[in-house]
Design a protein around this ligand. Structure first.
Ligand code: ZN
Ligand code: ZN
Length: 270
Protein backbone atom coordinates (compact mmCIF):
# COMPACT_ATOMS: atom_id res chain seq x y z
CA UNK A 1 0.00 0.00 0.00
CA UNK A 2 1.15 3.46 -0.83
CA UNK A 3 1.79 6.17 1.71
CA UNK A 4 -0.88 8.85 1.24
CA UNK A 5 0.13 10.80 4.32
CA UNK A 6 2.33 13.09 2.34
CA UNK A 7 1.77 15.48 -0.54
CA UNK A 8 4.96 15.33 -2.58
CA UNK A 9 4.23 17.83 -5.35
CA UNK A 10 3.37 21.32 -4.13
CA UNK A 11 4.05 24.75 -5.62
CA UNK A 12 4.52 28.03 -3.77
CA UNK A 13 4.08 31.80 -4.06
CA UNK A 14 7.36 31.78 -6.01
CA UNK A 15 5.50 30.31 -9.01
CA UNK A 16 4.49 33.06 -11.47
CA UNK A 17 1.50 31.08 -12.79
CA UNK A 18 0.24 30.10 -9.34
CA UNK A 19 -1.53 31.88 -6.49
CA UNK A 20 0.03 34.13 -3.88
CA UNK A 21 -1.03 31.89 -1.01
CA UNK A 22 1.63 31.97 1.69
CA UNK A 23 3.76 28.94 2.53
CA UNK A 24 2.17 28.91 5.98
CA UNK A 25 -1.26 28.47 4.37
CA UNK A 26 -0.07 25.40 2.43
CA UNK A 27 1.55 23.97 5.53
CA UNK A 28 -1.44 24.60 7.79
CA UNK A 29 -3.77 23.07 5.21
CA UNK A 30 -1.50 20.00 5.05
CA UNK A 31 -1.55 19.68 8.84
CA UNK A 32 -5.34 20.16 8.89
CA UNK A 33 -5.68 17.33 6.35
CA UNK A 34 -3.67 15.05 8.60
CA UNK A 35 -0.56 14.88 6.45
CA UNK A 36 2.76 14.15 8.09
CA UNK A 37 4.95 15.29 5.20
CA UNK A 38 4.95 17.83 2.39
CA UNK A 39 7.43 18.46 -0.44
CA UNK A 40 7.65 21.93 -1.90
CA UNK A 41 8.65 21.38 -5.50
CA UNK A 42 8.73 24.77 -7.17
CA UNK A 43 9.51 24.94 -10.90
CA UNK A 44 13.28 25.46 -10.87
CA UNK A 45 14.54 28.46 -12.84
CA UNK A 46 14.91 27.60 -16.52
CA UNK A 47 18.41 27.61 -18.01
CA UNK A 48 19.58 31.18 -18.57
CA UNK A 49 20.27 30.55 -22.25
CA UNK A 50 16.80 29.03 -22.78
CA UNK A 51 13.84 31.27 -23.67
CA UNK A 52 10.63 30.22 -21.96
CA UNK A 53 8.34 29.33 -24.87
CA UNK A 54 5.13 29.78 -22.84
CA UNK A 55 3.18 32.77 -24.23
CA UNK A 56 3.36 34.57 -20.87
CA UNK A 57 6.92 33.37 -20.12
CA UNK A 58 5.69 32.30 -16.72
CA UNK A 59 6.74 28.65 -16.56
CA UNK A 60 9.17 28.81 -13.67
CA UNK A 61 10.40 30.77 -10.68
CA UNK A 62 13.03 33.39 -11.44
CA UNK A 63 16.76 33.09 -10.76
CA UNK A 64 16.47 36.21 -8.63
CA UNK A 65 14.16 34.44 -6.19
CA UNK A 66 16.17 31.26 -5.87
CA UNK A 67 18.13 32.08 -2.72
CA UNK A 68 15.02 33.49 -1.02
CA UNK A 69 13.11 30.32 -1.90
CA UNK A 70 15.74 28.11 -0.31
CA UNK A 71 15.99 30.36 2.76
CA UNK A 72 12.26 30.55 3.41
CA UNK A 73 11.71 26.79 3.01
CA UNK A 74 14.59 26.14 5.40
CA UNK A 75 12.95 28.55 7.84
CA UNK A 76 9.50 26.92 7.77
CA UNK A 77 11.12 23.50 7.95
CA UNK A 78 12.48 24.42 11.36
CA UNK A 79 9.45 26.44 12.41
CA UNK A 80 7.02 23.53 11.84
CA UNK A 81 9.35 20.64 12.63
CA UNK A 82 7.25 19.29 15.47
CA UNK A 83 4.07 19.36 13.34
CA UNK A 84 5.08 18.14 9.90
CA UNK A 85 8.11 17.10 7.91
CA UNK A 86 8.82 19.64 5.17
CA UNK A 87 11.03 18.77 2.21
CA UNK A 88 12.81 21.37 0.12
CA UNK A 89 12.57 20.50 -3.52
CA UNK A 90 12.14 21.45 -7.10
CA UNK A 91 10.19 20.34 -10.11
CA UNK A 92 12.95 20.42 -12.64
CA UNK A 93 12.36 20.71 -16.36
CA UNK A 94 14.08 18.18 -18.55
CA UNK A 95 14.73 20.11 -21.78
CA UNK A 96 16.21 18.28 -24.74
CA UNK A 97 19.54 19.89 -25.59
CA UNK A 98 19.94 21.62 -22.21
CA UNK A 99 21.21 18.65 -20.20
CA UNK A 100 24.46 20.41 -19.27
CA UNK A 101 22.63 23.44 -17.89
CA UNK A 102 20.25 21.28 -15.87
CA UNK A 103 23.18 19.25 -14.52
CA UNK A 104 25.02 22.45 -13.56
CA UNK A 105 21.94 23.63 -11.64
CA UNK A 106 21.73 20.31 -9.82
CA UNK A 107 25.42 20.25 -9.00
CA UNK A 108 25.15 23.70 -7.46
CA UNK A 109 21.83 23.39 -5.59
CA UNK A 110 21.59 19.61 -5.15
CA UNK A 111 23.07 19.73 -1.63
CA UNK A 112 20.00 21.72 -0.49
CA UNK A 113 17.46 19.39 -2.12
CA UNK A 114 15.51 16.86 -0.03
CA UNK A 115 13.13 15.71 -2.77
CA UNK A 116 12.77 16.58 -6.45
CA UNK A 117 10.75 15.74 -9.54
CA UNK A 118 11.96 15.63 -13.15
CA UNK A 119 9.26 16.68 -15.60
CA UNK A 120 8.84 17.25 -19.30
CA UNK A 121 6.79 20.33 -20.22
CA UNK A 122 8.98 21.60 -23.07
CA UNK A 123 9.24 19.88 -26.45
CA UNK A 124 11.77 20.58 -29.17
CA UNK A 125 9.98 21.09 -32.48
CA UNK A 126 11.05 19.79 -35.91
CA UNK A 127 12.34 23.29 -36.74
CA UNK A 128 14.51 23.36 -33.60
CA UNK A 129 12.28 25.68 -31.58
CA UNK A 130 10.65 24.82 -28.25
CA UNK A 131 7.02 24.73 -27.16
CA UNK A 132 5.34 24.41 -23.77
CA UNK A 133 3.06 21.37 -23.90
CA UNK A 134 0.65 22.11 -21.06
CA UNK A 135 0.12 25.86 -21.32
CA UNK A 136 -3.42 25.99 -22.74
CA UNK A 137 -5.84 24.24 -25.06
CA UNK A 138 -5.22 26.82 -27.80
CA UNK A 139 -1.48 26.46 -27.44
CA UNK A 140 -1.84 22.66 -27.57
CA UNK A 141 -3.79 22.96 -30.81
CA UNK A 142 -1.00 25.13 -32.18
CA UNK A 143 1.55 22.47 -31.13
CA UNK A 144 -0.41 19.77 -33.01
CA UNK A 145 -0.22 22.00 -36.06
CA UNK A 146 3.55 22.45 -35.64
CA UNK A 147 4.16 18.69 -35.34
CA UNK A 148 1.67 17.85 -38.08
CA UNK A 149 -0.53 15.51 -36.04
CA UNK A 150 -1.63 14.66 -32.52
CA UNK A 151 0.14 11.33 -32.86
CA UNK A 152 3.44 13.08 -33.60
CA UNK A 153 3.03 15.21 -30.46
CA UNK A 154 2.50 12.07 -28.37
CA UNK A 155 5.51 10.38 -29.97
CA UNK A 156 7.73 13.39 -29.37
CA UNK A 157 6.52 13.77 -25.79
CA UNK A 158 7.21 10.14 -24.87
CA UNK A 159 10.55 10.23 -26.67
CA UNK A 160 11.51 13.26 -24.56
CA UNK A 161 10.32 11.54 -21.37
CA UNK A 162 12.49 8.58 -22.32
CA UNK A 163 15.49 10.87 -22.69
CA UNK A 164 14.73 12.35 -19.27
CA UNK A 165 14.67 8.89 -17.68
CA UNK A 166 18.03 7.80 -19.08
CA UNK A 167 19.80 11.19 -19.06
CA UNK A 168 22.93 11.47 -16.96
CA UNK A 169 22.24 14.61 -14.94
CA UNK A 170 24.83 13.88 -12.31
CA UNK A 171 24.59 12.72 -8.68
CA UNK A 172 21.67 14.99 -7.80
CA UNK A 173 19.36 13.87 -10.60
CA UNK A 174 15.75 13.87 -9.30
CA UNK A 175 14.53 10.42 -8.33
CA UNK A 176 10.95 10.79 -9.51
CA UNK A 177 9.36 11.36 -12.93
CA UNK A 178 6.59 13.98 -13.00
CA UNK A 179 3.07 13.47 -14.43
CA UNK A 180 4.04 10.77 -16.93
CA UNK A 181 0.92 11.26 -19.09
CA UNK A 182 0.89 15.08 -19.14
CA UNK A 183 0.30 14.81 -22.92
CA UNK A 184 -3.26 13.72 -21.95
CA UNK A 185 -3.98 17.14 -20.43
CA UNK A 186 -6.28 18.24 -23.28
CA UNK A 187 -7.54 14.78 -24.21
CA UNK A 188 -11.22 15.67 -23.93
CA UNK A 189 -10.74 18.12 -26.81
CA UNK A 190 -8.05 16.11 -28.62
CA UNK A 191 -8.69 12.40 -28.01
CA UNK A 192 -5.91 10.00 -29.01
CA UNK A 193 -7.14 7.01 -31.04
CA UNK A 194 -3.82 5.21 -31.33
CA UNK A 195 -2.62 2.92 -28.61
CA UNK A 196 0.55 3.96 -26.78
CA UNK A 197 0.55 1.04 -24.36
CA UNK A 198 3.73 -0.49 -25.77
CA UNK A 199 5.52 2.86 -25.57
CA UNK A 200 4.47 3.59 -22.01
CA UNK A 201 5.21 0.00 -21.00
CA UNK A 202 8.81 0.42 -22.17
CA UNK A 203 9.04 3.70 -20.27
CA UNK A 204 7.96 1.92 -17.10
CA UNK A 205 10.64 -0.73 -17.65
CA UNK A 206 13.25 2.00 -17.99
CA UNK A 207 11.97 3.78 -14.88
CA UNK A 208 12.29 0.52 -12.97
CA UNK A 209 15.73 -0.14 -14.40
CA UNK A 210 16.92 3.35 -13.43
CA UNK A 211 15.36 2.89 -9.96
CA UNK A 212 13.19 5.98 -10.32
CA UNK A 213 9.75 6.58 -8.81
CA UNK A 214 6.59 8.07 -10.32
CA UNK A 215 4.67 11.19 -9.39
CA UNK A 216 1.06 10.03 -8.83
CA UNK A 217 -0.44 13.37 -9.70
CA UNK A 218 -4.10 14.14 -9.01
CA UNK A 219 -4.17 17.56 -10.74
CA UNK A 220 -5.43 16.14 -14.04
CA UNK A 221 -8.60 14.85 -12.36
CA UNK A 222 -9.69 18.48 -11.93
CA UNK A 223 -8.74 19.76 -15.37
CA UNK A 224 -11.94 19.87 -17.39
CA UNK A 225 -10.08 18.88 -20.52
CA UNK A 226 -8.27 15.93 -18.90
CA UNK A 227 -10.42 14.37 -16.14
CA UNK A 228 -7.81 11.73 -15.42
CA UNK A 229 -5.02 11.13 -12.97
CA UNK A 230 -1.38 11.23 -14.18
CA UNK A 231 -0.30 8.60 -15.05
CA UNK A 232 -3.53 7.22 -16.53
CA UNK A 233 -5.01 4.43 -14.33
CA UNK A 234 -3.99 1.55 -16.62
CA UNK A 235 -0.38 2.73 -16.42
CA UNK A 236 -0.61 3.09 -12.64
CA UNK A 237 -1.69 -0.56 -12.46
CA UNK A 238 1.24 -1.64 -14.63
CA UNK A 239 3.63 0.43 -12.54
CA UNK A 240 2.37 -1.24 -9.37
CA UNK A 241 2.76 -4.67 -10.98
CA UNK A 242 6.35 -3.83 -11.95
CA UNK A 243 7.14 -2.72 -8.39
CA UNK A 244 7.68 0.95 -9.20
CA UNK A 245 7.26 3.32 -6.30
CA UNK A 246 4.49 5.93 -6.66
CA UNK A 247 4.38 9.11 -4.61
CA UNK A 248 1.16 11.11 -4.42
CA UNK A 249 1.18 14.77 -5.36
CA UNK A 250 -1.60 17.29 -5.75
CA UNK A 251 0.51 19.65 -7.88
CA UNK A 252 -1.19 22.39 -5.87
CA UNK A 253 -0.69 25.98 -6.93
CA UNK A 254 -2.98 27.15 -4.12
CA UNK A 255 -3.27 26.07 -0.48
CA UNK A 256 -6.82 24.74 -0.57
CA UNK A 257 -6.00 21.95 -3.05
CA UNK A 258 -3.39 20.24 -0.86
CA UNK A 259 -3.97 16.45 -0.96
CA UNK A 260 -6.94 16.94 -3.28
CA UNK A 261 -8.17 13.65 -4.72
CA UNK A 262 -6.02 11.53 -2.41
CA UNK A 263 -9.16 9.76 -1.16
CA UNK A 264 -9.51 8.33 -4.67
CA UNK A 265 -6.01 6.85 -4.75
CA UNK A 266 -6.79 3.82 -2.60
CA UNK A 267 -9.00 2.32 -5.29
CA UNK A 268 -6.06 2.30 -7.69
CA UNK A 269 -4.31 -0.09 -5.34
CA UNK A 270 -7.34 -2.27 -4.64
ZN1 ZN B 1 3.09 25.02 -12.26
ZN1 ZN C 1 4.61 19.95 -13.97
Amino acid sequence: MMNIYGDYHVHTPFCPHGSNDALSQYIEQAIAKGLTEISFTEHAPLPKNFTDPAPKRDSSMSWQDLEAYIDVIETVKTQYKTDIRINLGFELDYIEGFEQEVTAFLNQYGPFIDDAILSVHMLKTPDQQYVCLDYSRDEFQHIIHIFGSLKSVYEKYYQTVKQSIVADLGPYKPTRIGHLTLVHKFQQSFPMKDNFEAVTGRLLDLIKQEQLALDLNTAGLYKEDCQEIYPAPAIVHQAIAKGIELKPGSDSHQAETIARGFDQLKQLFA
